[in-house]
Structures are given as C-alpha cells and as structure tokens.
Design a protein around this ligand. Structure first.
Ligand code: FAD
Ligand code: NAP
Length: 537
C-alpha cells in the first residue's frame, strides 16, 4: 500500500446517485478533472439499492428527473405518473451512458477517509481499495437516505429463515409464494411493499411501531397527450418548480385553511387527494404551522382511511394519533390500508406488544411467538448524517467531522462547514434536501458549488470555507424556522429520532425550496458572504 497519492484531480465526488452523476457532468463541462467513487457496482444510488417490491418515486416522474438538459427531457418518456424503481434506474443508466459518465467513476469502492492538508488546502482521500487520491475540492454526494438502518433486535442473527432489508434488496427479486412473512416497519418502504408481499405470501405479519399517514398515489399510466403537453411546456413547468416550496409545480390553495368555508376547504382537500400522495400536506400553506389547520387536514384524512378499512378496531390501530399529519413524511401507497382487510394479513402493534427478541424460527413479542419463513426489515435509514459519518473526515487541526457534529450537524446553507475548507455537501443537513424534489435540489447544490469554484478561480483564491459565525447563525436560523412549525412535534427521522443516541435536532431548512435558493444566490452574489475565501501558499 502506497501512502503517497497516486492520482491528483481537481474534484473528488463521492457517490454516483442523481447528485454525484450531475456533479461529474457539471464539473467536467467546466474543464475540471473529476474522479467519482461509488461503493455500488453501478450508478443509481437510492435507485440501485432500493429494489423492494412496489418501490416507486412519490414525486411525479416527469418532475423527478434532471432539468438541466432539455434534450434529456425531450428524449426520455416516462410511462407512469409515479415511476417504478426499475424505470428510474433505467433512466439514470441512460443518462450516464448518454453523457459518457462511467469512465470517470470507480465502482465497488468506498471512500473511507479524507484528510485536509492545511498548508496546501487540498484533500487526500483514501478508499477501501487502498487507493489514495488527492484533490482540491471534495464533494460528498453520499445521499441523505443511503445508510440503511437495522435495529439491534435481540437474537436477530439466530433467525434461520431469510432476512431482507428494503434498502438492500436482492437483484434477482424474492418470491414469497407460500411463505409466512413478517415485515417490520410501516414507513414509505413498508407501505409500498406490504400490499405486494401480501399478494404473494401465505401469511403476512406486519409489525407496526408508529402508525403512519399514507395517501393513495393514484398511480396510472401517462397518456400520449399528457406527455406531449408536458414536453411542450416543460420549461414553464420547471420554472414553477424552481419557484415552489417543494420543487414540484403545484401551488397551494390561495386561502388559509380557516379562511375557506367548510365546503371550499373540503373541495381543496379533495382536489389534493385526487392529485395523490405526499402533496396532501401542502393543500393549504398554513397546514404545517397551525395545529387548527393541520387538524382539519387530519380529520379529512381520517374519514377517507376509515372508509376503506373494514374493521373499526383495526382502523384505530392504523390511524396515527401521536403526531400532526405531515410532520413525518407522508407515505404514498397503492391499496395499503385495504391490504389489512385480507384474511392472510395480521397487524401487530409493537406499541401494545413490543418485540422482545427474534429466535431461530421467528419473532417474539411480549404477547406471542410468530413463526415465519422470511423477515423483511423496512426499518429505514440513519438519515442525512449516516453516510457522512462513515467517512473519517479530518479537517483543520486534526478536527474530525463526526466529533464536530457530536451535538448535531453543523453547516452553513447545508453546503459546507467551518474547519473543512473546500469540502462541499450535497443534499445533506441544513438544506431543504428531502423536503424538496431531490433531483432539482441536487442540481441546485451542484450548480452553486460549480459557480463557487469558478469564482475562486476568477479571483485568484484556492479555497472557500464557512466562518464559524455563519455556521452558528445558520443553525440558529434553521432551528428558529423549525420551531415556528409543527415539525418538531413528531419523532421523525428528520429529527434523528429513529436512531438510538442520535442528537435530537430538526436537521433541515424548512423555509421552502425557492426561499432557500434565494438565500444561497444572495450569499453568492454578495461575494460569498459568510465564507472566508483563502489563498494557499
Ligand atoms: P443517493 O442516491 O443515495 O446516492 C448516494 C450514493 O453514494 C450511493 O450510491 C452510495 O453507495 C454512495 N456512497 C455513500 N457513501 C459512500 C462512500 N463512503 N464511498 C463511496 N460511495 C458512497 N426523493 C424524492 O425527491 N422523490 C422521491 O420520490 C423519492 N423516493 C425515494 C424512494 C426511496 C425508496 C428512497 C430510499 C428515497 C427516495 N427519495 C426520493 C430520496 C432519494 O434518496 C433522493 O431522491 C435521491 O435519489 C438522492 O440522490 P443522491 O445522489 O443525493 O443520493
Ligand atoms: P422510515 O420512514 O424511517 O420507516 C421505518 C419504519 O421502521 C418505521 O415504521 C419505524 O417505526 C420502523 N422501525 C424502525 N426501527 C424499529 C424498531 N426497532 N422496532 C419496530 N419498528 C421500527 O424508513 P423508510 O420507510 O425506508 O423511508 C425513509 C424515507 O425514504 C421516506 O420517508 C422517504 O423520504 C424515502 N422513501 C420514499 C419512498 C417513496 O414513496 N418514493 C419510498 C421509500 C422511502 P417508527 O415510525 O416508530 O420509528
């Protein structure tokens, strides 16, 4: 193993999902030399790994794709309102081929460490293939939802049946026909996969800790006319998305919830319900701020869900009562609640009867033993900080990022942090990230970083680093905005609540996508206000 760098490039990008791929294309088009490292054998990130049955996007396909090239937009044709994982991965693969991206990506290789040379202000990156590469800029496109979480269930390793995590699904697929299956977890991944597993399995046990809000996706094939219309008006559609609160082109009802008459309110909720999915939480602009407004949405929701569940006692268990609607990400489903009307599906409330252990034949709760052939863990991710924490990033004075963030992530604009010059984060904490359409969000971050790199070059600087004051100010600003909403009232992964021991802090910028972009642009236009611009000797 060599301890001296064997390669030197302008930019190292970690990750080859939507964000890392666009970063490679963008930086390359600026004339920079780029090297991408990706732990997986191929491109796709989220869409490479999450192959569980029913996996789809919950932002409409026509919006959940790159906007930077009209050629790409016009050439690709989405077949469904919410594309399957297979179709999204095919799209990403197509883009990677079309832009000839693979030649600068090293696959099957994880970045394990990155150390700053304070004298040269350059990064030395090491990989699990024992390679060492040096670069001026380090861009962590490691994904907000890429570190899968397996809870520490007592005895899990003793189980003799099949075990699958939704985020590491076998490529060959899994056939549950004739099997007794348990799914633990009822977040978006569980909610999407449970109806399909129930169709196959002889018996399905669903272990639910917290009931979740889920709105029918209303998925359907896109017609040729719809596609033609969208393609003809893509520019305007994208403009609306860039100026929106969440990166998609839909606007909230023009009145506040309680300003609308009961009939008008109901009609607005009904319209959003028909639109399908996660956007239901944005029917009215005050829905995530006012408990009274939120409760109107919740009541409408409850009525809809109770209507499709046969057993009222089961409905009581399936309908959340511990957090306002939308404060955990609303799931998007196809026949989720109807699945519990089936004779081969049993709901087990982990709240009422906790999982105590797993043994060689199945799951033991405080009330019973469930004998199973296969166990599906739909237990989510160490979100936003999990993938970053797996890389030993060492900045000024030997300071480790993971220690620096011991009380919660510290960023300025979600783009960088003090003590770590020329380290950029994409779609991580301190940005809207998962609250927005993540493809546009990744484009916005990469474009901002690309502009900053150009600015440094044009003005004779070699590095950019947020000041500690700017970072502290941004953390306070994010917290202030979050406290003005209902989001802090839920034990969500936005708050780090799903990972034992993780600091409890709202990790995102809640002020809206367009507002956030305005702030980032103002900072750049003011000569990178809040950043120190540095010259290496
Ligand atoms: P990722 O796609 O996660 O890519 C990060 C890559 O970095 C991964 O391939 C990983 O292997 C690699 N990596 C990480 N650490 C290292 C390392 N140390 N060394 C080398 N490689 C590393 N968002 C939406 O906006 N709309 C949706 O509909 C939507 N649906 C989703 C569905 C699922 C099942 C999940 C899990 C997430 C979904 N998301 C959705 C969020 C989704 O993660 C983002 O939309 C987007 O795909 C993230 O792209 P990314 O490139 O930032 O990260
Ligand atoms: P998640 O939302 O975090 O859900 C994990 C589930 O596992 C929750 O029900 C959680 O219960 C449960 N769980 C975790 N630990 C447990 C334990 N020890 N015992 C019992 N239950 C436990 O994860 P996810 O479903 O993978 O989704 C994560 C995010 O990815 C989503 O919010 C979304 O942003 C994205 N995603 C999107 C889609 C889509 O529709 N396009 C699909 C999948 C994922 P608690 O709620 O009590 O913690």
């Amino acid at each position: 193993m060599s301890s001296t760098p064997n390669t030197s490039v302008d930019v190292i990008v970690v990750g080859a999902g939507f964000a890392g791929l666009y970063a490679l294309h963008k930086f390359r088009s600026q004339g920079l030399s780029v090297r991408v490292f990706e732990g997986a054998p191929d491109v796709g990130g989220t869409w490479y790994f999450n192959r569980y049955p029913g996996a789809r996007c919950d932002v409409e396909s026509v919006d959940y794709c790159y906007s930077f090239s009209d050629e790409l937009q016009q050439e690709w044709t989405w077949t469904e309102k919410y594309a399957t994982q297979t179709e999204i991965l095919a799209y990403i693969t197509w883009v990677a081929d079309k832009l000839d991206l693979r030649r600068d990506i090293t696959f099957d290789t994880r970045v394990t460490g990155a150390v700053l040379d304070e004298r040269t202000l350059r990064w030395t990156v090491t990989t699990d293939a024992q390679e060492t590469v040096e670069a001026r800029f380090l861009v962590m496109a490691t994904g907000p939802l890429s570190a899968a979480l397996t809870p520490d269930f007592k005895g899990l390793s003793n189980f003799r049946g099949e075990v699958y995590h939704t985020a590491h699904w076998p490529h060959a697929g899994v056939n549950f026909t004739g099997k007794r299956v348990a799914v633990i977890g009822t977040g978006s991944s569980g909610v999407q996969s449970i109806p399909i597993i129930a169709d196959q399995a002889e018996q399905l046990y669903v272990f639910q800790r917290t009931p979740n809000y889920s709105v029918p996706a209303g998925n359907r094939p896109l017609t040729a006319d719809e596609i033609a219309d969208i393609k003809a008006n893509y520019t305007q559609r994208r403009e609306r998305s860039w100026r929106s609160g969440g990166g998609s082109p839909h606007v909230a009802h023009p009145k506040l919830t309680m300003e609308a008459s009961p009939e008008e309110r109901r009609a607005a909720f009904e319209k959003r319900w028909e639109l399908g999915g996660v956007l239901f939480s944005k029917t009215f602009t005050d829905q995530m701020v006012s408990l009274e407004a939120n409760d109107e949405a919740r009541k409408f929701y409850e009525e809809k869900i109770r209507a499709v569940i046969d057993d009222p006692d089961l409905a009581d268990l399936l309908i959340p009562d511990d957090h306002p609607i939308g404060t955990k990400r609303i799931c998007t489903d196809s026949n989720y609640f109807q699945t519990f009307n089936r004779p081969n599906v049993t709901l087990i409330s982990v709240r009422n009867t906790p999982i105590e252990s797993i043994d060689d034949t199945g799951i033991n709760t405080s009330a019973a033993h469930f004998e199973i052939d296969a166990l599906v863990l739909a237990t989510g991710f160490d979100a936003l900080t999990g993938a970053l924490a797996k890389v030993d990033i060492v900045g000024r004075g030997g300071q480790r990022l993971v220690e620096d963030w011991g009380d919660g992530p510290r960023t300025y604009l979600g783009l960088g942090t003090d003590g770590f010059p020329n380290l950029f984060l994409v779609s991580g904490p301190g940005a809207p990230a998962v609250l927005a359409n993540m493809v546009l969000h990744a484009e916005a971050h990469v474009n901002w970083i690309a502009d900053a790199i150009t600015y440094l070059g044009d003005h004779g600087y070699s590095a950019i680093e947020p000041t500690a004051d700017a970072v502290d100010g941004w953390i306070a600003e994010c917290a202030r905005r979050a406290e003005g909403t209902l989001f802090t009232k839920a034990n969500s992964w936005y708050m780090g609540a799903n990972v034992p021991g993780k600091p409890r802090t709202f990790m995102l910028f809640i002020g809206g996508f367009a507002t956030y972009l305005d702030i980032c642009n103002e900072v750049a236009a003011a000569g990178y206000k809040g950043f120190d611009l540095l010259k290496a000797p």
